[in-house]
Each structure stands twice: as C-alpha cells, then as structure tokens.
Design a protein around this ligand. Sequence first.
Ligand SMILES: Cc1cc2nc3c(=O)[nH]c(=O)nc-3n(C[C@H](O)[C@H](O)[C@H](O)COP(=O)(O)O)c2cc1C
Length: 367
Amino acid sequence: MQTELSNTLGAEYAVFGFTPFPAVAAAITRAGGFGVLGAVRYTAPDDLARDLDWMQDHTGGLPYGLDVVMPAKKVAGVSEAEVEAMIPEGHRRFVDGLLDRHQVPRLAAGEASGWRITGWMEQVARDQLDVAFGYPIKLLANALGSPPADIVRRAHDHGVLVAALAGSPRHARHHRDAGIDIVVAQGYEAGGHTGEIATMVLTPEVVAAVDPLPVLAAGGIGTGEQIAAGLALGAQGVWLGSIWLTTEEAELHSRRLTRKLLAAGPGDTVRSRALTGKPARQLRTEWTDAWDDPGGPGALPMPLQGLLVAEANSRIQRYEVEPLLGTPVGQIVGRMNSERSVQAVFDDLTRGFERAIDRINRIAGRA
Ligand SMILES: Cc1cc2nc3c(=O)[nH]c(=O)nc-3n(C[C@H](O)[C@H](O)[C@H](O)COP(=O)(O)O)c2cc1C
C-alpha cells in the first residue's frame, strides 16, 4: 500500500484518514497511515492550537494534515445574527414541534449549544490556517470547493500540499485549474457531503480528468480489498472517514450513538439535507425522515439549515434521544461491527489488501 504520493508525504501506507478527533488522527499516523484532522468544529483558534500541540507530541515526527471547510459559496460580510434573522418562523416551529414530540429536554442555562455556523465561514477557516501554518502539517485539505488562490500559494510557500474533495470530474478539473495538488474523488457512498456518482465510477473518471495529478479514492472504503480496488482504479491512495468513528480512540459524544453505528447495516444511511442544507450522507433517523418528508417544510439552504438545527442537535446528543440520534456516516457503516483500536483497523486493512493481491495474482496466473 505504498505509492509515489505516500512516499512524497513520508507515510508508510497510502491510507489517508479523515477524522474530527485528534487522538484518532494521531493514531492513524502512528499506524503508518496519514492522519488528517478535521478543523470545522474549532471555532476558537486557541483550541485548534492546543490540539495541534497534542498531535505534534503524539505523532513522533510522522506526517499529518489538516482539513478545513471553505465553501465555494461564501458566507462573507454577513454576521451570524443577520443569517439567523433569515430563518423563517415556520421552520423554527417545525423544529420545536419535532423536539416536543420526542420530549427532548432543554439544555441547562450556560450549557454550550454546540457547533454552529461559524466553522463554515471563510474567516474562521482563515484564522484556523493562521494557526495551522505554525505547525509542520504536510497537507491541507478543503471540503466543498477549491480553496482561494492566496491560501493555495500560502500552503505552497510553507511546503504544504493542497488537496480538495471532488464529487464529479467537473469539480476535479476545477481543482486542477486552481492549482490544487491532490484530488480526493469522493463517491456517493461516503459519509458527509457527497455528490451523486459512486466511487467505482467516479475514481477512474477523476483520474482521467486530472492526469497526472494524484487522486485519492474516497467513499465506501473500509476493507483492504476495497483499498486494492481503489488503487486498481488508478488512485494513488485512499481516503477513509467513516471507519474511524467506531474506533476506541474516537470521542463520539454518546455511547448510544456508537451502539447505533455498530448495529447499522449498509442500507441504514441516507443522503439528506437535514444537517447542513446540502446533501450529506448520514445515519437515517426520525430526524432525517422528518426533513426529507415531502409533507414537511424541507431543509433550508446552507448555511441557514446548519444554524437552525445546531441547538436541536446539541439537545438530541446531550440527552441521547435514540430515535433522533445520528451522525454523518457512509454506507460502509455496515462493516463497522466492533469497537477496535485504530491499530487493529490498520492490521485488518493490511491483511485484506494482501488477500486481494493474492487473489488477483492467482486470477492473473502469477501465483
Ligand atoms: C463524521 C464525518 C464528518 C465529516 N466531516 C468532513 C469535513 O469536515 N471535511 C471534509 O473534507 N470531509 C468530511 N467528511 C468526509 C470525509 O472526509 C471522507 O471524504 C468520507 O468520510 C469518505 O467516505 P467514507 O465515509 O465512506 O469513508 C466527513 C465524514 C464523516 C463520516
């Protein structure tokens, strides 16, 4: 599982792991992969600095990266309060009705209402990058579009490669034209925001579209056999997100959610606008059903939806309200059946990869 790209980055394996948890990112790197810390939840730069300090102390000089969210469609020059004022009353009543029906308690006074819109605002990502460029990150990834030209230049000045997620060959070409170094071809099966093209189809399309830029295959990859498939399709590596959610190092906010993930099958996710206003694959719950119901008001566009549901989600998570409790996760959730360490996941991935190579060698008459 070594490629030119993993060699360039100094990782033993061409396995990139996206995760919002520093302990998981560091463990991925220590296991020989390339850990990428998701920064969207860090609205205070000091918190990010604290966790990057920790990563630095727990990766032993091995490489890691950072993922920020700079939406191509910007929320610029508008305050959070102004965005808040755009939310229709009917949608607020719909949220209140849903929470009341499920008897979701209110947060105690002073209890943080959790993740809000701010992580999606370009200035927040810029503040995160001011912090991140003070650390020896090797890769900067961006979701939801190509990062602005000045950020790409700044990354390159720091010797940092820039990656961007793409759900279509058109997105991928746009990234290439914006000077991006690595395209993450993320298929429909993936957890989080996705396009409509499956990884099996998307990966070779993107490889052809941006050749000779390196491409990482993402979406629906959770076994070594799937890694072999991604590399066989022309990718220079794979990018895994969901699989780490049920690792021992992950700090999911609720045991009940971990149990839901472990029990879920591959058909238990849905691509829904319920969370952010843009289609994102997540666990299917009564919450997503309500937003996807044609008889309901439907989700608002990004960033209004994220702001509208932030406190509701905090309440659902805080009180672990089972029917509503969810998270972004991909179809690979069907394979996430036991809680294991990141190292144990890696051991499994390498064994599966070897099995796939042996099988192909036999089929090709080389063994
Ligand atoms: C819980 C969760 C949160 C995610 N958040 C982000 C994010 O903030 N930025 C990003 O670039 N991708 C995000 N993603 C997508 C991952 O980077 C990755 O592309 C995806 O998980 C790969 O597909 P898989 O889930 O089938 O492994 C997220 C995925 C999950 C499961």
